[in-house]
Ligand binder design. Structure first.
Ligand code: SF4
Length: 349
């Protein structure tokens, strides 16, 4: 059983982060934020996939203005504006109703600018994520012996600055594209501070390699009780980021609900299109909240037996397929009707 480390609790829009709150899942739109139609469409897609908090780039005046338009259209969606370099975009996003902003204080400019952002956030009760990345550390950290030391040094300085202004409505991320560095830096930070932590592996890569790196890095931290909110970063449709994050949380017992598709790896005995059917089924059950295990197995010999832990399952035979529940065979179904039959069974479960 995972025992989560105690962190302070903050509230971003309607979502609690830290303390005993569920670990929330975040993703980021890859649309031009100012293209309101596309951005709203993608936000709705992400939310319907199970995303708790959506981030958008506020990289110019039009994008920062769109933050306000998005909040008007979707007031219940917790929205974070992502800011780099220009503190005025942070001020504008805060004033327009962003529930949170993400800044790297190291690239916002002189301290006075960071202070101005903090003051605006305090006036609007806006959560600030202090995002420290190994790729954008302060210049004087070149003398520090390791990257993790440099990230911790930078994070400590930023936290001191925020604390000196009495603003602790913050969460912290300490990202590296190196999995081992990321694990070490979050572990070391957690020994010192109790601010809520946003987990992620930055620039993790493509759907496959990014998933592997994220599940390892974030998963090991979660298993150690570290992490209050997370984003799986992938060079792919952001809906996959949400899918991977939710599956990881469910696999670790940190989330419940949703249809879990179990499928066999296929072999020389396989009698059906397991890869195609399980993939298609997974897409079609994405928005179903029922806590059910569904098995898709390639043969009758091992199928029902290997998947007897499943609530519902199908095992392909030479000419048709067997439908089973908890390992008990119910009836034969036509191969071409397998997806429809399983969807119906899930609906009735
Ligand atoms: S369930 Fe059957 S087809 Fe699938 S891997 Fe096992 S033996 Fe092979």
């Amino acid at each position: 059983m995972i025992i989560r480390r105690k962190t302070r609790q903050i509230k971003l829009g309607r979502i609690l982060i830290g303390g005993d709150a569920d670990i929330s899942v975040q993703s980021m739109c890859n649309t031009r934020t100012e293209n309101l139609e596309e951005t709203l469409r993608q936000i709705k897609e992400l939310v319907s996939a199970g995303c708790d908090i959506v981030r958008v780039a506020a990289n110019n005046n039009d994008a920062a203005k769109a933050v306000g338009d998005i909040k008007k259209e979707l007031p219940d969606v917790p929205l974070v504006a992502d800011i780099h370099f220009d503190y005025r975009l942070a001020l504008s996003s805060i004033k327009r109703g962003a529930d949170g902003i993400r800044i790297n204080p190291g690239n916002i400019g002189p301290k006075e600018r960071v202070k101005e952002v903090i003051r605006a956030a305090r006036d609007h009760n806006t959560v600030i994520r202090i995002g420290v990345n190994s790729g954008s550390l302060p210049h004087d950290s070149a003398n520090v012996s390791s990257t993790t030391d440099a990230i911790l040094l930078a994070a400590g300085r930023y936290i001191d600055l925020f604390s000196s202004l009495g603003y602790e409505n913050i969460k912290v991320s300490l990202k590296s594209s190196n999995v081992l560095e990321t694990i070490e830096v979050y572990q070391r930070f957690s020994e010192i501070y109790d601010f809520p932590l946003h987990l992620g592996i930055t620039e993790a890569g493509t759907l496959l390699s990014g998933t592997v790196k994220s599940v390892l890095g974030i998963g090991i931290l979660l298993f150690g009780g570290i992490g209050d909110t997370l984003r799986v970063s992938l060079s792919a449709d952001p809906v996959y980021e949400v899918d991977v994050a939710l599956k990881m949380l469910k696999a670790l017992g940190l989330r419940r609900g949703g249809v879990d598709i179990i499928s066999c790896p296929t072999c020389g005995r396989t009698n059906g299109d397991i890869i195609g059917i399980s993939g298609e089924l997974e897409k079609r059950v994405r928005n179903i909240g029922k806590d059910i295990k569904v098995a898709v197995m390639g043969c009758e010999v091992n199928g029902p037996g290997e998947a007897k832990m499943a609530d519902i399952g199908i095992a392909f035979g030479k000419y048709d397929a067997l439908l089973f529940k908890k390992g008990r065979i119910l009836r034969k179904v036509l191969k071409e009707e397998v997806i429809d039959v399983l969807l119906k069974e899930i609906e009735n479960f």
